[in-house]
Write a protein that binds this ligand. Structure first.
Ligand SMILES: O=P(O)(O)OC[C@H]1O[C@@H](O)[C@H](O)[C@@H](O)[C@@H]1O
Length: 307
């Protein structure tokens, strides 16, 4: 079976035959917490993150919706002031909807497995006091031999004729496992302007001399503003290999985040030295708000490819 439920039905496990690839999705937050190509784990998961639904997951792919960061980071946050940091989707219990690839093949004839998860604002008690727009989210996670694709479908589900356009941001907070965050490199963002959140959110530009990005132990919290790059490439460094990231054009921003030693010291859910084991490359809509008319659906997709 390409899909099974494990750990007391709290995790949906996608698998391709012969151990070619697998992915585990925690229903809490619909958080992908593991993606393996063969036996190689591609995502970072902190050894100290709770997996019991008591806090957002430190690792994997938490989903950010409807606000990136604290609302106070955004000047135009009217009506969104009470939304918690990184939103409500990553800390909600999602429902497993269905396994679409029943016969284990996609339209191109490749071995594939997909699981779909759903979250409705109706299932979130007290959401109205934080976020005024009713929504339906559907999240598809698809595994092929070398790829993991995630597609988030966001629907403004108000039935009121007076309902104003729904304002939101969304992002895939990918924690990508690396041999060393000091020496891995990120390519594909050269020439882009970014907000440097390690320096008072000052506007800067990634010049050719600083490309590819190599953190070398320095903290990074940068919101690259776009346009959406065709490809962002993560290279692991001397041992070779890496990941490629593509995404839908409607999500032009890319956050590159690693707290470095100093920032990690204040993070209780990160194990000792954990900051060296990942770099976050987070595509999404993270600057300005998307406005969606009632009844409309916005789809944001990304694909991670192991190389
Ligand atoms: O600790 P959290 O809420 O998961 O956020 C982790 C990081 O997430 C990144 O996306 C933000 O740019 C950082 O500013 C933030 O520190």
């Amino acid at each position: 079976m390409p899909l099974t439920l494990v750990k007391n039905d709290s995790i949906a496990r996608l698998e391709l035959p012969g151990g070619k690839a697998s992915a585990d999705v925690l229903l809490y937050g619909a958080t992908v917490i593991s993606w393996k190509v063969g036996s190689a784990e591609k995502l970072f998961l902190s050894k100290k993150t709770p997996l019991d639904g008591s806090a957002a997951i430190r690792g994997g792919i938490p989903l950010v919706f409807p606000v990136f960061g604290p609302a106070s980071d955004h000047e135009d946050n009217e009506g969104l002031e009470n939304v918690p940091r990184h939103g409500v989707a990553r800390t909600a219990q999602w429902q497993l909807k269905q396994n679409k690839e029943v016969d284990g093949k996609n339209a191109q004839g490749q071995e594939s497995a997909t699981a779909s998860f759903a979250l409705s604002s109706q299932d979130l008690p007290g959401i109205d006091s934080k976020y005024q727009w009713p929504f339906e989210l559907v999240y598809d996670v698809t595994l092929t031999a070398k790829n993991l694709t995630t597609s988030l479908h966001i629907t403004h589900s108000s039935s009121s004729s007076a309902s104003a356009p729904m304002r939101f941001q969304c992002l895939c907070h990918n924690y990508l496992a690396v041999p060393s965050s000091l020496s891995c490199s990120v390519k594909g963002l050269v020439g882009q302007c970014y907000l440097d959140k390690t320096d008072g959110a000052k506007g800067k530009m990634l010049s050719p001399e600083k490309d590819p990005i190599i953190l070398n132990g320095q903290a990074s919290d940068a919101v690259y503003l776009g346009p959406a790059p065709d490809l962002v490439e993560l290279s692991y460094g001397s041992q070779g290999g890496g990941l490629q990231l593509t995404r839908s054009e409607n999500c032009p921003q890319t956050v590159v985040w690693n707290p470095a030693e100093e920032g990690a010291a204040g993070m209780k859910d990160l194990h000792e030295g954990g900051w060296k084991e990942y770099i976050c490359i987070e595509p999404g809509k993270a600057n300005g708000f998307e406005e969606l008319e009632k009844g409309q659906t916005f789809t944001f997709a990304q694909t991670l490819t192991a190389v």
